[in-house]
Structures are given as C-alpha cells and as structure tokens.
Design a protein around this ligand. Structure first.
Ligand SMILES: [Zn+2]
Length: 412
C-alpha cells in the first residue's frame, strides 16, 4: 500500500513570494498537465506566459512528467507561439538557494507544450522558468549594504500595492562631484526577468567592494540604480504588467500616477535630477529575452550617441557573458508608432530630455559563449562586466552628450 499512499501525496504549491502556476490536471499517475497562468495588459491584450515558479511535495524518487501548456500569447499586438520553447530549459532547486538547469526538455510545437521529466531527490522540489529573485532577496542585500560608506538609499515612490521603489546612489562623497560621470541603471521593469535582478546585485556588490577598479569608478562617477522597478509583479509571480495591467516598459509617454505609480516615480526622479541641472551621461535598462541578446540605442536621428553605443558594444562583446545576436541599433521612436502609451523608458527619456538612454536584452536560452543557460553566477558576473564596460566606454569625453556634474549635488 505504501507506493499508492506516496502517489496520492504528490502536491503542487505556488503560494509563496514570486510563486505562480495555474491549474494542474493529472493525466496519469505521475504525469501532470500544468497550465501556465500568463498575464494580459489593461486591455486584455499582449498576453505573455513567461513565468512559472512552483514547488512539488511528496514526489521524492519518483519520475515525474510535467507538461507546461497555455503558452501562446501576443507581443506588441502580434501573436506569438509563446515564450516557453524548446530552448528555454527550466531550472530546479532542492533548497531555493542553488538552482540547476534541466539538461533537456521535450517540446511539441503543434500544441505547443513543453514536457519536463524530473525525479526529485528530496521531499520538496522547486521548479522555475529561470532562477527567481524576489523582493526578499533585494531586502537582504539592502540590509547587508546599509552601513557601506558609499551608498545612499532613497525611496522615489510606491507601487500600486504600496511597496517602495528604492533608488540607490553609489558615489564617494569625499570626492568633489565636478567632472563626475552620472550613470543611471534600471533593473527589473518586468517581473519575470529575474536575470536582470541578479545582474543588479552583481553590479551593486562590485561597486561597494574593495576592488581597485570599483574604487576608481565610485570616485569618478555617480551611479544611480533602480534595483527593483516592479515589486508588485515580483511578489505575485507576474510577467510584465503592474497591478492594473500596465506594461512598465511601455507607457513612458503617458502620465497616470494612480494607475502607473511605478513609472511616475521612476521617471519623476530622473527628470527632477536633470531639470535641477544635473547630467545623465548614460542611462540603461536591463531586460531578459528568450533567444536575442543585444544593445539598443535611443531613437537618435542625429546619431550623436552612435560613437558611445559602438564603443560600449565593442567593450561588452569582449566580456565573459555578453554574446550579442546582432549589432547595436537605434530604437524606433515608439514600440507602436502613433499609439499613445507605447514608448519604453529609453524612447521616452530620449524624447523628453535627449538622455543617451539604452536598453540591453539578455537571453535566457543557452549562450554560445557560455555553452549553457546563464546561471545566477553568470548574471552577477555580467553586472560587474557591465559597470566596468560602461565606465571604460565613458572615458572618451569628446563625443559624449551632456554636461558635467556640479559640486555637492550628488545627494539630491
Ligand atoms: Zn523586459
């Protein structure tokens, strides 16, 4: 009777921070159909099913077959077959600390359906699209760095659900601000893209380390970092929309403090900084994608930012993890020309204040450079490489837009 009892004890759970899984149907004794919840925007459009994170209890030592379904969706109003593919291998963990890439999946394009075979080694196993990074991870980091001398944390606003939107300013206050480069980085606008947060953590830890190269940057630059732009989405295991359904890397050309308080807060602090006479020498928002990996520049008709973009691209391409799938390009003026609410952060910041604003997408699928799916360590390494690359790229002042920072103004 024992095997039968064990069989019935198998259970699925997603009632924890960042967890998400839809209905689970039992197809056969150890075979389950798992519906990926997905989310749509405020108009019920642009469905994306790119996040799952759940725990299975009571299946130790049993070979499980899990079919992930409900994958198709829409991106920028164009239908897609979904963000979960034959190339996006899930990660699993026995302790939620160490995450392992599943080596293979089966994929049935005709459904579409991703089939996972896995035998849990312990009573509980966690399975996720990519290694999760939640608000709790960030809170831990912020507690750790609280007493560090070169970091100042402020809160620029709150999310729909009242969660704080933090802004870190990393700089050496003992060095006068005159001539410092201002680098503004934005992470985790989209809640499924946990890789963006791991890179943020790598960058922050590096900047606050005793590494001589980090010290040089902290003395010569003012680095402003939004480490978590969609805390509500991260908490509920969302995809790319805030609690009202607004895509947080669209809608930068509209103002609605009630329905999009995250964008209002994030944009507000940047524009206040600029409008009080400070430069932003470089802005970047970091994202994840399935296969593509690239650097994209602002919609710069004059091409004034092209030398900076190309220099950064050359430097990044030599780093350990960045494996671009195309050359850098300027973005269009909007993601959907002529439709309000479709500008992303770089598009709108360039439109509003001519900020040299860039976007990087990083793949979650196997990297030709790493010969594996990027891990947490790879993401953290990219955070370090990104900061160093930016700093190096900004060392040629002749073609760089924006003026110099003024003295005594970094703390504003
Ligand atoms: Zn994104």
């Amino acid at each position: 009777m024992l095997p039968l009892l064990a069989l019935f004890a198998i259970s699925f759970h997603a009632d924890f921070e960042g967890g998400n899984l839809g209905r689970v149907d039992r197809v056969a004794s150890n075979h389950f159909r798992c519906h990926v919840t997905g989310e749509t925007d405020q108009d019920g459009r642009n469905r994306q099913a790119s996040w799952f994170y759940f725990r299975i209890d009571g299946a130790k030592g049993q070979l499980l077959t899990l079919d992930l379904v409900d994958l198709p969706g829409e991106y920028n109003y164009k239908p897609t077959r979904g963000s979960i593919t034959k190339d996006t291998l899930p990660f699993y963990s026995d302790d939620r600390q160490t995450w392992h890439e599943l080596k293979t999946v089966d994929f049935d394009e005709s459904v579409p359906l991703q089939r996972i075979h896995i035998t849990p080694k312990s009573d509980s196993i966690w399975i996720a699209h990519v290694p999760p990074y939640t608000n709790r991870n960030l809170a831990q980091l912020l507690t750790e760095i609280k007493e560090a001398p070169n970091v100042k944390e402020t809160v620029v606003g709150k999310s729909v659900k009242g969660r704080e939107i933090p802004l870190l300013t990393i700089f050496d206050a003992t060095v006068p601000d005159r001539g410092k480069k201002v680098i503004w980085l934005m992470f985790r606008q989209h809640s499924w893209e946990a890789g963006s947060s791991w890179a943020a953590e790598g960058a922050i830890r590096f900047l606050l380390s005793s590494n001589p190269s980090a010290d040089r940057i902290v003395r010569g630059a003012i680095v402003k970092i939004y480490p978590m732009c969609d805390p509500d989405g991260v908490a509920r295991g969302g995809v790319r929309f805030n609690a009202y359904g607004y895509d947080l890397n669209r809608n930068w050309d509209t103002v609605d403090p009630k329905k999009m308080p995250e964008i209002t807060a994030e944009r507000g602090a940047i524009l206040d900084w600029i409008d009080s006479g400070h430069p932003v020498n470089f802005f970047l928002t970091l994202h994840n994608d399935e296969m593509p990996e690239y650097l994209e520049g602002p919609p710069d008709q004059s091409s004034a930012t092209r030398p900076l973009m190309e220099r950064l691209f050359q430097i990044l391409s030599k780093t350990r993890t960045f494996a671009p799938t195309r050359t850098p390009q300027f973005d269009a003026v909007s993601t959907t020309i002529g439709k309000p609410g479709r500008m992303n952060a770089p598009q709108a910041l360039f439109h509003d204040r001519k900020v040299p604003a860039f976007l990087i997408e990083q793949r979650i699928a196997k990297s030709p450079k790493l010969r594996r799916e990027p891990t947490i360590a790879d993401r953290k390494q990219f955070g370090v490489d990104l900061i160093q690359s930016l700093w190096t790229a900004l060392q040629n002042p002749s073609d760089e837009p924006g003026a110099e920072a003024r003295d005594g103004s970094a703390g504003n």
